[in-house]
Write a protein that binds this ligand. Structure first.
Ligand code: GLA
Length: 373
């Protein structure tokens, strides 16, 4: 009898502990843990860590919907963190944070002179990049607090944000949802959706800085890159598209066959910071790029529903930022793979449409699939 009572007590205590443990949601196969990550404008910032059964981990904070860490094994099963970032919130809040890991919106990339005309009305956005607008203005989606929740029984983190009519000069109340999902086969999926009550330009993306060596190699110049694109959007000296879509074949922009980032980079003024016109048909999820680090054996394959990819080789990193584990981020310390619509879409009639209208839903899915070979 005593033994039965004891067992009952143990069972009840375990159940109570499980119900009370609101900091850890376990689905059986996956877990999502939460950790306080400081305060911004009186709002609590939380770091959420998604872990899959294979042990891969992705951490995200609700400030800027920023991916702070992606941990996956190398060919010797040693875990390493594959993204640049900071150990604590002040790092992310500092002025010189070059969009590490964040969500970018309303309009990722550049809008020439911050101007566009939509349905006969002219709009002016804040100018934050040499007289142009970059990544949604002075306070884009990377600098706001997103509302986070964990859908029950899921391996996802769901972030929502409402950008008010007139926010950064853009028209319409825009409701945005971004769902980060870590899959059992080591893919990080980012699913974006949005609706508006007035027509507005939209171009959402993520700005992770990848270095697949997991902190072992100071630059990505030895990473081998393939981009499934025969053309790219030519740009002027301020990286505004000219409207021309030159073929890459036989030029330093040619990544149709895998080559090291460093092979031709010196022939491209400033380094790679261009939008490739992806060879995609339709609107499904297609593989558009792959990045291989021979040193660690890590492979990153990028799949997206978007028509473009900004391949940026960390050209503006200049050793002034001290990141995680006191790492100094030198020029080309990492590369970004920003799946997107083309830069300056609202001013370029020949580019794929970037205007979202009331009654429509913006959708974009990107997967970063990690493995070793
Ligand atoms: C994008 C741009 C780059 C640079 C980075 C942030 O990738 O294309 O020119 O502004 O963001 O530093």
């Amino acid at each position: 009898m005593k033994k039965q009572l004891l067992l009952l007590l143990i069972a009840a205590t375990t159940l109570f502990a499980a119900c009370n443990n609101d900091k850890t949601a376990t689905t059986g196969k996956f877990s999502i843990t939460e950790k306080p990550f400081g305060k911004f404008e009186n709002e609590s910032i939380t770091q959420y860590t998604l872990t899959n059964p294979a042990g891969m981990q992705v951490s995200i904070i609700n400030y800027g919907g920023t991916v702070t860490n992606i941990l996956a094994p190398d060919k010797d099963k040693i875990m390493g963190d594959m993204v640049l970032g900071f150990d604590s919130l002040p790092g992310y809040l500092q002025k010189g944070n070059p969009y590490f890991g964040c969500l970018v919106g309303r309009y990722g990339n550049r809008i020439a002179k911050g101007k566009f005309v939509l349905d006969k009305t002219a709009y002016q956005l804040p100018l934050n990049d040499h007289g142009n607008t970059l990544h949604g203005g002075t306070r884009g989606f990377d600098k706001v607090v997103w509302k986070a929740n964990k859908p029950a029984g899921d391996s996802s983190l769901r972030l929502t944000y409402t950008s008010k009519d007139g926010d950064q000069g853009f028209p319409g109340n825009l409701s945005v949802t971004v769902v980060y999902t870590l899959t059992s086969d080591n893919a990080l999926q980012i699913a974006y959706s949005a609706t508006t009550d007035k027509a507005t330009p939209i171009n959402l993306t993520n700005h992770c800085y990848f270095n697949l060596s997991g902190g072992k190699e100071p630059t990505i110049l030895d990473h081998e890159v393939t981009i499934y694109a025969d053309k790219y959007t030519a740009v002027d000296s301020l990286l505004i598209p000219t409207g021309q879509l030159p073929y890459v074949k036989g030029t330093p922009m040619d990544f149709t066959v895998s080559k090291k980032v460093g092979k031709d980079i010196d022939s491209v003024k400033g380094g790679y910071d261009h939008n490739w016109v992806l060879n995609r048909k339709g609107t499904g999820l297609d593989q558009v790029a792959s990045i291989y680090d021979p040193g660690s054996g890590r492979l990153l394959e990028v799949f997206t529903t978007e028509p473009g990819l900004q391949f940026y080789t960390g050209n503006f990193l200049d050793s002034t930022l001290k990141g995680k584990n006191n790492q100094v981020y030198v020029k080309h310390a990492a590369l970004c793979l920003e799946t997107q619509h083309f830069p300056d879409g609202p001013n370029q009639a020949s580019f794929p449409n970037t205007i979202l209208r009331p009654g429509e839903t913006y959708r974009h899915v990107t997967q970063y699939r990690f493995s070793v070979k």
